[in-house]
Design a protein around this ligand. Structure first.
Ligand code: ATP
Ligand code: MG
Length: 417
């Protein structure tokens, strides 16, 4: 038997139901903030992620699915989607559109990680990007959308963790101070962090192996922000308060990707256990430039769909299902049955035409197995009279109506159901 690749899984049944529900809610929410959808390819040139996510990150160091295609190009299955949206922005000249450009996406991402609860090798990300504006108001708006998503799904103990990691001007000073403070602890650091000490010491704050005590004892980046970054951060906090979004400052929050500047945030929930980050994001003012565009500031976040699905599954979330209409018929009335089925489908009813035929008794049984709300019955007699029988499968009530009234009848029932 051939199985799914390690860390990947099929989505079907109850999970598919939840997935579609989540996808619908997320799309509607993003659209209510003015975001429109973008689909970018799942494969990109490897260089895109090396340059954007950064060489010294877990993703690029160990988690990418990279391969050579038959033309000898180095391609990568995307580990995240922000880089692709930024690439698309430059390639398609989105800078000519009104700013900020608001885009959202939903799609699979791939990371070669150790599979465990809430961690897969193929997983789905939903995310938004607001590109082209430097105002802290857009940071706050993006964070408010993230927070409202967690609220919308009624997650418990939702927290927004917030920090600023400065810019090209102020971050180098902080890095120096951080290294100075870390020096006496160098030997205690894990092997990855020993390397990070030289390549990217900020990442040590993000390491799950280092103790909380050590992290807490280190200098705070917010004490090293330049005037511009401090003002920006103050404004973000002010706007968040204005929007009634509660947040907690966390000076150890740096996020795992290189492209962030200024604002970084996460939304976490106690519903999620160890893998408690539902989503993460921040501002990335250099990314577009890094990818060959003009300097264009941007801010966004990405969320793992699986983590949300796990919660909703545990809560036994009821997703409202559309009613199913079943069509039962005698073989002399097949033509009419097909006609009715197509008409109902055209009106948006989920319509199942019985396939096997045979006695009405058998067809009713199949209708029940499919949990149909109504069975529309058309036999030789009804065909003659130009009528149909409609049977409410719950109340077992059955009545005859003119064939031409079937849509009106079922629509009326659906409205009150
Ligand atoms: P973590 O610290 O949990 O590894 P991350 O910093 O790698 O998260 P991001 O790159 O910011 O995560 O991705 C955003 C979101 O995508 C995460 O908050 C999480 O919900 C989800 N996510 C990341 N990696 C995985 C994975 N391997 N499987 C499922 N979901 C994931
Ligand atoms: Mg990770």
């Amino acid at each position: 038997m051939i199985k799914t690749v390690k860390g990947c899984k099929d989505i079907y049944g109850r999970e598919m139901e939840l997935f579609q529900y989540i996808e619908n809610v997320l799309s509607k929410m993003a659209e209510s903030y003015g975001y429109t959808k973008i689909i970018t390819p799942i494969i990109e040139y490897s260089e895109l992620f090396q340059r954007s996510v950064g060489e010294d990150t877990d993703i690029v160091e160990k988690e990418m699915y990279t391969f050579q295609d038959k033309g000898g190009r180095s391609l990568t299955l995307r580990p995240e989607i922000t880089a692709s949206v930024a690439r698309s922005y430059v390639e398609n000249h989105f800078e000519t559109l009104p700013a900020p450009l608001r885009k959202y996406y939903i799609g699979p991402c791939f990371r070669y990680e150790k599979p465990q609860k809430g961690r897969y090798r193929e997983f789905y990300q939903f995310g938004v990007e607001a590109i082209g504006d430097i105002s802290p108001l857009i940071d706050a708006e993006v964070i408010s959308l993230a927070y409202n998503i967690a609220k919308q799904f009624s997650l418990k103990n939702i927290k927004v963790r917030l920090n600023s990691i400065g810019c090209r001007k102020c971050r180098p000073h902080y890095k120096e101070a951080l290294k100075e403070a870390l020096k006496p602890h160098y030997e205690e650091l894990c092997s990855d962090c020993k390397r990070r000490f030289y390549t990217n010491p900020l990442r040590i704050l993000d390491c799950k192996k280092e103790s909380k005590e050590l992290k807490e004892s280190l200098p705070k980046i917010t004490d090293y922000l330049c005037d511009e970054c401090r003002n920006h951060f103050d404004k973000v906090k002010e706007y968040l308060s204005l929007m009634n979004i509660p947040f907690e400052l966390d000076h150890t929050l740096v996020r795992g990707l290189d492209y962030y500047t200024k604002t970084v945030f996460e939304v976490i929930s106690t519903d999620l256990g160890a893998q408690n980050a539902l989503l993460g994001g921040g501002r990335y003012d250099y990314l577009i430039e890094e990818l060959g565009g003009r300097p264009v500031p941007a801010v966004g976040f990405a969320m793992g769909m699986e983590r949300l699905m796990t919660i909703l599954k545990a809560e036994n979330k009821i997703v409202r299902k559309d009613p199913v209409i079943y069509i039962a018929y005698q073989k002399e009335a097949l033509k009419e049955a097909i006609e009715i089925a197509n008409k109902l489908r055209g009106e948006g009813f989920i319509t199942l035409l019985d396939i096997k035929g045979g006695s009405f008794k058998k067809q009713f049984e199949r209708s029940s197995k499919r949990n149909a709300s109504y069975t529309v019955i058309i036999g030789e007699e009804e065909k003659e009279k130009n009528t149909v029988q409609v049977k409410n499968m719950k109340t077992k009530e059955q009545k005859e109506i003119p064939k031409g009234e079937i849509v009106t009848f079922l629509k009326e029932w659906r409205k009150n159901a």
